[in-house]
Ligand binder design. Structure first.
Ligand code: ADP
Ligand code: MG
Length: 729
């Protein structure tokens, strides 16, 4: 399965949006973010620090300033990733940053303005253009899904009925990794269709929210595209490659206030950023490289992105910044986060011939339908031959596949028409036959009528089959459809040129970065000193440089420390509030719930790590569900009455007194006693009362009392006793 074992790091690019009008008018002139596009550096100025404090510099794979175009970012940083997905790799792009810094602008942009279309619409164009330009021996199947994670619940945005009100569940498959169970997946045949899917999802997202901005800042949106491609290999067999692309617009990275809220609201606040803080922990663990445990399981988002972070996917992270001075802290946090993510290593590999490829199923189904249609064609041909008594044209045997489909339909229609005409003719002949008896006429006409009906049914079946076949086949996209188009050729050239330029820029930046790093090391080696004075000067200069560096690092340490203290305080506060809540619940349980009820409930509870929730064990053990309830065993004379399966399970679960066998018995006996009393049936009465009481007096009242006594004692021994009573009958 693996093609490429080499590892590569997560690509991290940073984008800073322009100052908004409001920020321009309210704050001091200029932003705090400066960018060196050539070197891929972000320089951040602390608005509160004295001018002497050195500015903070971070280096990334690419940086995009306020003037950057959507297209630039796409061509340089995203296009190579989509190309990999089309070649069968898994790919992920996620936008990370504070609310209002341009995550959605970068991922989606303004759809109607070609200049402002974001990563997602550009990726749609890219995928379908690639397909139309590929060779005609390639078949593609493109599917899309759209989900969001809100309050740690997965919502299917393409499921109009929201059949899963409680949210979807995550499952793990050893071959394909983590996936969302029952997630809607739409087959898309064109850019228009996939855009429609995106629109439907966006609308579903907005419908659930009272305030869309607020909602999107608290939820993660994932658009998933699966591209399956089948191509004949050198061995002559068709091989399938599957590329999966995750396009992720994360929730706003700003800290959600947790302080001062209680109960449900506290839980909600804790959940909102759970996925994001878990993402941070996963990135830290992976970037650190030393800690063996990566906490993917801490949140739904990290589980879904497991492949993309340290797994077999290629990943691009777009960190978005705002230039306003008032957001300095958040901007710095984002930059640190992004800086850490650079160190994550992935091992991308091509997914070749995976077991779950849908394309393979489609191909099989199409082949099956085709065989059925061919059989029908053959049959109608046979009948035609019989009818016309002439042989078919030899040339018609050698049709190409495309023509064949139309031929199938035409021939079927032709056959039906001829048959109908023939039947009509025969009916006329029967009607016109003067020598035939009326009854016989009627019978023959009825027969012909039936044949007509059969014929129509047959035709309908063929039509349905053809429609199904066509529908299935139209879902598969075949390469090379538009290749002759001249404008397309020009566009292709233009795109290739653009790609080349983007590649060149990337390379240049890499070289610049390397040169800068080398310069610092080699400068001192090349220096020769002619005089002592010169040496002193050079060394002083170097000392100054190092001192500045030292100050930078000191400031960094202080910052990290402060941040750590702040988050620890927050955690402690949350912990205190949760403890208080816990104590409250404990108080209620201890004082108001009977201990036996509590124990019973506790015995039935099991923890489901998949869903991260406590669940009630089912009353009927899971394994017996499929094999149905066991039959109640037959009772033998003189033995205790056997228990029903239900009663046994109920007893095993800690048993409710309702299901105790003796009680059921006494109720039965009591009913009987009532009847005896009413009917004064002396035979039954004697049979029952004598062995039970040892008395010879025939008084129903006494029997009643004895039974009541037994019921009061209510113990299994007495059920045995009653068993004896029964056996004496
Ligand atoms: P987020 O999704 O991170 O909350 P948005 O994408 O909604 O942020 O962006 C907030 C506002 O900033 C929007 O009005 C958007 O048009 C604008 N904006 C963001 N990035 C840019 C950019 N690079 N160029 C121009 N406008 C931008
Ligand atoms: Mg947004």
């Amino acid at each position: 399965m693996s093609k490429n074992k080499s590892s590569e790091s997560v690509k991290v690019v940073v984008r800073c949006r322009p100052l908004s009008r409001k920020e321009e008018s309210s704050g001091p002139a200029g932003g705090i973010v400066q960018m060196d596009l050539r070197l891929g550096q972000v320089i951040l100025r602390n608005p509160r620090a004295p001018p002497s404090e050195p500015q903070k510099t971070f280096t990334f794979d690419a940086v995009y300033d306020a003037n950057s175009k959507q297209r630039e970012l796409y061509d340089e940083s995203v296009r190579p990733l989509i190309d990999s997905v089309l070649a069968g790799f898994n790919g992920t792009i996620f936008a990370y940053g504070q609310t209002g810094t341009g995550k959605t602008y970068t991922m989606q942009g303004a759809w109607l303005d070609p200049e402002k279309r974001g990563v997602i619409p550009n990726a749609f164009d890219h995928v379908f253009t690639h397909i139309s330009r590929s060779q005609s021996d390639k078949q593609y199947l493109v599917r899309a899904s759209y989900l969001e994670i809100y309050l740690e619940e997965i919502r299917d945005l393409l499921d109009p009925n929201h059949t899963n009100a409680r949210g979807l569940e995550l499952r793990e498959n050893p071959d394909t990794g983590v996936y969302v169970q029952d997630l809607t997946s739409c087959v898309c045949k064109s850019i228009k269709e996939i855009e429609e899917v995106m629109n439907v999802g966006n609308q579903a997202r907005a419908v659930g929210a009272t305030d869309m901005n607020e909602h999107s800042s608290r939820s993660h949106a994932l658009f998933l595209i699966t591209v399956e491609c089948s191509q004949p290999g050198p061995d002559g067999r068709k091989h399938i490659r599957v590329g999966r692309l995750n396009l992720v617009d994360l929730a706003g990275s700003e800290r959600q206030a947790k302080t001062g809220v209680q109960g449900e609201r506290l839980k909600e606040a804790a959940k909102i950023n759970l996925s994001l803080s878990a993402l941070g922990n996963v990135i830290s663990a992976l970037a650190d490289g030393r800690s063996g445990h990566v906490p993917y399981r801490d949140s739904k988002l990290t589980r879904l992105l497991q492949d993309s972070l340290g797994g077999n996917a290629k990943t691009v992270m777009v960190a978005t910044l705002g230039p306003a001075p008032q957001h300095y802290d958040e901007t710095l946090t984002t930059l640190r986060y992004a800086n850490r993510a650079k160190n994550i290593q992935n091992q991308p590999r091509v997914n070749e011939d995976p077991k779950d490829a849908l394309l393979r199923e489609f191909q099989r189904e199409i082949a099956r339908l085709r065989a059925q249609l061919n059989y029908r064609k053959w049959r109608s041909k046979q009948k035609n031959e019989q009818m016309e008594g002439e042989s078919w044209d030899g040339d018609r045997e050698k049709e190409t596949e495309g023509e064949e489909d139309e031929e199938v339909e035409k021939e079927a229609e032709e056959y039906v028409k001829l048959e109908e005409q023939r039947l009509e003719r025969e009916k006329e002949a029967i009607r016109g036959d003067e020598y035939m008896v009326a009854e016989e006429k009627q019978r023959l006409l009825g027969e012909k009528e039936r044949m007509m009906v059969d014929l129509r049914k047959e035709q309908e079946a063929t039509e349905q089959l053809t429609a199904k076949y066509k529908a299935m086949e139209s879902k598969l996209l075949v390469g090379g459809k538009n290749i002759i188009d001249h404008t397309n050729e020009q566009q292709k050239m233009l795109e290739m040129k653009r790609q080349e330029i983007a590649e060149q820029t990337r390379n240049e930046r890499e070289i610049q970065q390397q040169m800068l790093a080398q310069d610092e090391e080699t400068l001192e080696l090349r220096e020769t000193f002619t005089s002592l004075q010169q040496e002193v000067e050079a060394k002083t200069k170097k000392l100054k440089k190092l001192y500045t560096k030292l100050q930078c690092i000191k400031a960094e340490i202080k910052d990290v420390n402060d941040e750590h203290v702040k988050s620890r305080q927050e955690l402690e506060q949350t912990q205190n509030e949760l403890t208080r809540e816990l104590k409250f619940k404990y108080l209620i349980i201890e004082n108001f719930i009977p201990p036996e009820e509590k124990n019973k409930i506790m015995n039935r509870l099991i923890f489901d790590p998949e869903e991260d929730q406590w669940k009630f064990q089912p009353l009927v053990p899971a394994e017996s569900k499929s094999s149905q309830m066991k039959k109640r065993p037959a009772s033998a004379v003189g033995y205790k009455r056997p228990l029903s399966q239900y009663a046994r399970v109920a007893i095993a679960m800690g048993g409710h007194s309702r299901y105790r066998v003796s009680v059921i018995f006494f109720i039965l006996i009591l009913t009987l006693a009532q009847e005896i009393q009413e009917s004064r049936n002396k035979v039954v009465y004697e049979k029952l009362i004598n062995p039970l009481t040892g008395s010879k007096k025939n008084h129903p009242k006494q029997l009643h009392n004895t039974l009541w006594l037994l019921l009061a004692l209510n113990n299994p021994f007495h059920s045995l006793l009653i068993g004896c009573v029964w056996s004496t009958e």
